[in-house]
Design a protein around this ligand. Structure first.
Ligand code: MRU
Length: 311
């Protein structure tokens, strides 16, 4: 078992934010060095690093680097904050860096996120009592968090405790975070899994071969409405139809208490060429799952049930 350490995913070195370039996985393990806030923002925009908690941590390191470089910090904040619109973690992390733009502060943020991940995994254990067959979407592991993982961290711990037999990994079109990144992480961890086409989830549930669905989140509104990778909403509808628990696992940094509900969450639209280089395409990167379809939201504070409130 060769689990990724948080610093393998993203870290600050002398004069550079160093990150594992997720665009090249699983074929090549290549590190990317970003030497300015602009380069970190570009790495976030182009998905060299992705996943809501991980981009927050990368932005924190990028801001600390900008301070060390003597860059204009107002401009650095603006570039990093606007690199991607949906995950609230970018703003959350940068708000924490403003008073103290130091490497130490950014490392504390990464450590806090990892600690939160481990608490979530412990809390989530109770949900796996009789759920040996798990389905997950996108990538929510160490790669997405720079820590232990959210939904995938919960699956990992449940597997260690003998509560998971098999994981269904949705491909997660168009950029295949499931078949490239989650599959790569599960293989390293020695957890049994199969990749499935996104469109296969319904028939697996119909056949009774999915006991629980776990996903992460990019932003959770005060009422529990949850933005996550495109396709999450469809999985929640299917799970509801088939009586399968649908669980969101996310750290405090992903909750946006200022938004009453999911209608206010900005949804990123990415370039058409990510879907087809020839035809017109609509490429919304996220969707919003209404709170009513979510059985439980697990945070570091515990397992939240409906009606959700995150005081
Ligand atoms: O476009 P991505 O790969 O950044 O999307 C990531 C997701 O949707 C994850 O599920 C989410 O960030 C939660 S990660 C712990």
């Amino acid at each position: 078992v060769t689990a990724l350490a948080p610093r393998d995913v993203v870290r600050l070195e002398d004069g550079a934010v160093v990150l594992l370039d997720q665009r090249q996985l699983p074929d090549m393990e290549v590190e990317l060095e970003c030497r300015s806030a602009a380069e970190v923002a570009e790495a976030i925009r182009t998905l060299a690093i992705r996943g809501a908690p991980a981009i927050g941590i990368a932005a924190a390191y990028g801001y600390a680097l900008a301070a060390q470089n003597g860059e204009d910090l107002v401009e650095a904040d603006r570039m990093l904050r606007s690199a991607r619109p949906t995950a609230v973690n970018l703003a959350w992390a940068l708000d924490r860096m403003r008073d103290e733009p130091t490497p130490q502060r950014a490392r504390e943020i990464q450590q806090q996120e990892e600690d939160d991940d481990r608490r979530m995994a412990e809390h989530a254990l109770e949900l796996f009592a009789s759920s040996p067959h798990v389905l997950t979407h996108c990538n929510t592991g160490a790669l997405a968090t720079g820590g232990y993982g959210t939904a995938l961290g919960a699956i990992r711990l449940a597997c260690e405790r003998g509560r998971v037999e098999h994981v269904w990994v949705t491909e997660t079109r168009p950029l295949n975070q499931g078949s490239r990144l989650t599959a790569w992480e599960l293989e390293r961890l020695g957890i049994p899994f199969s990749v499935i086409g996104d469109s296969a989830a319904g028939s697996l549930m119909q056949a009774g071969r999915v006991d629980i669905v776990l996903t992460g989140a990019d932003r959770i509104a005060a009422n529990g409405d949850t933005a996550n990778k495109i396709g999450t909403y469809g999985l929640a509808v299917l799970a509801h139809h088939h009586g399968v628990p649908f669980v969101v696992v996310a750290p405090a940094s992903t909750i946006d208490r200022r938004l009453a509900d999911g209608a206010g969450i900005p949804i990123e639209e990415r370039a058409a060429y990510e879907i087809t280089s020839r035809f017109p395409a609509h490429n919304a990167a996220f969707d919003v799952t209404p709170a009513g379809l979510i059985s439980a939201i697990v945070t570091g504070a515990g397992v939240h049930r409906q009606p959700f409130s995150f005081a």
